[in-house]
Design a binder for this molecule. Structure first.
Ligand SMILES: [Zn+2]
Length: 272
């Protein structure tokens, strides 16, 4: 716990008293609620079940107003990086669910808080291996790929990864190749692949599905009625793949892709 005592000027208190009247009202911003009310009016049940005292409600209001400021996009930059909470931890701490994470400011957080914070936008989680110290992954708790991630994907995939698609990298979006965001996928380079917008949209329940193989290539599996045994990997943008000796796990044969989309589409950063 960090103690906070404050002496405010009348002007500063004039600002905070109205913010507290709003965000520290009974039923607002209550961490005990499954879906805390942070905008609009709390339900009567949220008000009736709020057992916090005034100090606790003001504490939770400080957290809520701080989050709103971080998410507004108006916080600008700090030493050249967007103002955002950055937490580092180790894979071993995450896996044990009993370790700690440390913020860029040196605050130590229990892993359960780190995991809870991952539900909010504009936080970064850097994961290291405890024994070797090597950087394992940078998770970003929102569904948009960062510029650095896009550069890595452009370098690795070269263009849309759907077999036979010729749309280049600048016409492609970052696509969650393993678990879709809605199912809890991470914005993590090893889970992402490039896909043009029509192919990105073709991945859905009952349609195409994608997975990442052991060589970090996106494999596309058609729905049964379109499956003619065609290749699962696109070599158009990376012809060097054709020079590689065949593996057992790569299906042989190649036929035209019946679902090939049309021309290039505008680039976007949305991750589907
Ligand atoms: Zn495509």
């Amino acid at each position: 716990m960090t103690d906070l005592a404050a002496r405010l000027t009348p002007e500063a208190w004039a600002v905070w008293e109205v913010l507290f009247a709003r965000y520290a009202a009974p039923g607002m911003c209550n961490p005990d609620d499954p879906q805390p009310c942070t905008s609009g009016t709390p339900t009567q049940a949220q008000i009736d079940n709020d057992h916090r005292n005034l100090a606790q409600r003001q504490h939770d209001a400080l957290l809520a107003v701080g989050r709103i400021a971080l998410m507004s996009g108006e916080a600008g930059q700090l030493n050249g990086l967007p103002v955002s909470v950055i937490i580092r931890t180790t894979l071993q701490d995450l896996e044990s669910r009993a370790g700690i994470g440390v913020t860029g400011g040196g605050t130590r957080l229990p892993i359960r808080d780190v995991i809870k914070m991952a539900g909010h936008a504009n936080h970064y989680l850097a994961v290291f291996d405890r024994s070797t110290g090597s950087a394992l992954d940078l998770f970003r708790t929102r569904r948009v790929a960062s510029p650095a991630q896009r550069i890595m994907l452009i370098a690795r995939d070269g263009g849309c990864t759907k077999p036979c698609c010729t749309v280049g990298a600048y016409g492609s979006q970052a696509h969650h190749a393993t678990t879709d965001w809605a199912q809890g996928g991470n914005t993590n380079v090893n889970d992402l692949g490039l896909a043009c917008p029509p192919d990105n949209r073709a991945v859905k329940e009952g349609g195409w599905s994608t997975a990442m193989n052991g060589r970090h290539e996106v494999e596309w599996t058609p729905p049964p009625h379109l499956d003619t045994g065609q290749t699962r990997v696109n070599t158009h943008h990376r012809p060097e793949l054709l020079l590689r000796p065949p593996d057992d796990d790569e299906p042989a044969g190649e036929t035209a892709d019946p679902a090939q989309p049309g021309g290039p589409a505008p680039p976007g950063d949305q991750v589907a």
